[in-house]
Design a protein around this ligand. Structure first.
Ligand code: MSP
Length: 509
């Protein structure tokens, strides 16, 4: 039986920093996609991890007077604990200091060298330590690093180079043939013009520090941190370790990243792979950045948002929902207390939460907690069902291209269809006069809610499960499959539906 597979990754996070909202954003996005694809019936491999080598880590460790590995061992839990808190369903976790990864990096370095794509030379240029990148005089912005605007250092060292310049034409051809390799489109255009300007050979080893993987043919050299880091996507699914798994999941379907690290993923990475004779990934999606209350997030401003605190204040699903309901995925956004409170009180407590509680209460009161099969249907019922069907299809079209914002808009269209239906059908009036039509209205609402909760479940896994339970469904929502749940249906095997407290309590601001 041939199954559909989906391999999705996050960047591996630098271990010298504590996790913040930016890290949470990429990881939750990948989690949403992983959960969505599972509900579509795919075998999903979802990889995340930590980037533990390089000058930054070496410096952070020496400030604390400890070995870099010790720093990494202390810090890695901050990430893994946060992923638990955020309900992240990753299937793999990779640390670049693992032996299996060292083996892969040395192997691919050697292989590219033997192919003639890596050579030894001298390198002198402006080097930005935080960005771990060299820049030419022309690339500098007023004498500062064009990416982070910090002052670079003049550095000269013996270095191995990757013949990136040989790949300009091949990469352009690849980009021409794969217009959706880089998403969203605006990012494709940026990369395309960068490549068109011609690629320069890339320095892929360092001698100025020692924390990293040694170049196999010259121990004094450390493999450039990005060559090391990108290879995690191979190691993480079993390259050189579990060939069967690797062959099943490669090529990667989706590298999710922030816009700041697009060049590494969309230019260097496919060229390294071309040199290795390994197929290029299918898509790289670059999302935007969050500012905080209108300002750039920075340690010096003291406005770094700790996702653990946000979760403690507002709840995990509320936080996950906010990140993707507030800002179209791909664009920059601003995080503010007021914005998250408004989303929780407006969309979740008022529009959706009330709908759930009212409907469940009515089923409990008017039908003694038992939904019944409805036969007689009028045009309002048909409009209701076809409206839901239409917006559910739109939701799927958006999810396929990671338009989470639009997908959520479609779910909220469904929610407003349901709210309008309650108002127009006024089930309490039907119940009062003993009109049997109340059964049909409740049956329809039960189905609409079941479908909405399922569509929302990649974003809010816990709350969606609660709603399914409130609807009397005992099955784990994560094991459901969209294809079985599209139609309205009647189920005998559900528990009695009873009144519930608010699913999304209001936040008093
Ligand atoms: N270690 C490299 C990635 C190597 S992947 C082979 C790295 N790590 S990082 O920890 O600095 O950043 C990881 C991710 O966090 C990036 O995708 C970056 O875009 C994201 N963010 C960091 N700050 C952010 C915001 N303020 N807003 C949104 N995302 C941001 O780069």
């Amino acid at each position: 039986m041939s199954r559909k597979k989906y391999y999705i990754t996050t960047p591996i996070y630098y271990i010298n920093d504590v996790p913040h909202i930016g890290h949470a954003y990429t990881t939750v996005a990948a989690d949403i996609m992983a959960r969505y694809k599972r509900l579509c019936g795919y075998d999903v491999f979802f990889l995340t991890g930590t980037d533990e080598h390089g000058q930054k880590v070496e410096e952070a460790a020496s400030k604390q007077g400890i070995h870099p590995k010790e720093l990494a061992d202390r810090m890695v839990h901050r990430f893994t604990d946060l992923w638990k808190t955020l309900n992240i369903s990753n299937t793999g976790f990779i640390r670049t200091t693992e032996e299996r990864h060292k083996k892969v990096v040395q192997y691919i370095f050697q292989k590219v060298y033997e192919k003639g794509d890596i050579y030894l030379g001298d390198y002198e240029d402006w080097y930005c330590v935080p960005c771990e990148s060299y820049f030419t005089e022309l690339q500098l912005n007023d004498g500062r690093c064009p990416d982070c605007l910090r002052k670079p250092e003049r550095l000269k060292e013996e270095s191995y180079f990757f013949r990136l310049s040989n790949y300009t034409d091949r990469l352009l051809e690849f980009l021409n043939n794969h217009r959706d390799f880089i998403m969203p489109e605006i990012r494709y255009n940026e990369v395309y013009s960068f490549v068109k300007g011609g690629l320069r050979d890339l320095s892929v080893s360092r001698t100025s520090f020692s924390w990293g993987i040694n170049v196999p043919m010259k121990e004094r050299h450390i493999v450039y941190v990005w060559f090391d880091a990108l290879a995690n996507y191979l190691t993480g699914i079993g390259f050189l370790g579990d060939e069967e798994q690797f062959n099943y999941f490669w090529p990667c379907d989706m590298h999710l990243i922030g816009k700041d690290i697009l060049r590494f993923h969309a230019v260097y990475w496919p060229c390294f792979l071309m040199s290795l004779g390994i197929e290029e990934p299918r898509h790289v999606f670059a999302h935007g950045w969050w500012t905080i209350e209108g300002q750039k997030m920075s340690k010096s401003l003291g406005n770094v948002i700790d996702p653990n605190e946000v979760v403690a204040t507002y709840g995990v699903d509320e936080f996950r929902f906010f990140l993707f309901r507030e800002v179209p995925f791909g664009m920059d956004g601003d995080f503010s207390k007021l914005a998250i409170i408004n989303r929780i009180n407006g969309d979740l407590a008022n529009d959706f939460g009330n709908l759930v509680s009212r409907s469940v209460t009515m089923i409990s009161k008017f039908l003694k907690g038992r939904v019944e099969k409805a036969d007689a249907r009028n045009s309002a019922d048909e409009g209701f069902e076809s409206g839901i069907r239409q917006f559910a299809s739109e939701y799927h079209r958006s999810m396929e291209v990671l338009s989470f914002y639009k997908a959520l808009q479609s779910v909220f269209e469904i929610i407003s269809i349901m709210n309008r239906y309650i108002d127009s059908e006024a089930p309490w009036r039907l119940a009062k006069v003993g009109d049997q039509r109340v059964r049909t209205v409740m049956y329809n609402l039960w189905n609409g809610l079941r479908i909405s909760a399922l569509l929302l479940s990649p974003f809010m896994p816990d709350k969606s499960q609660k709603i399914w339970n409130a609807l009397g469904i005992k099955d784990p929502i994560k094991d459901a499959r969209f294809e079985d749940e599209h139609n309205f249906y009647h189920r005998e095997d559900i528990s009695e539906i009873t009144k519930i407290g608010p699913i999304f309590p209001r936040i008093e601001g």
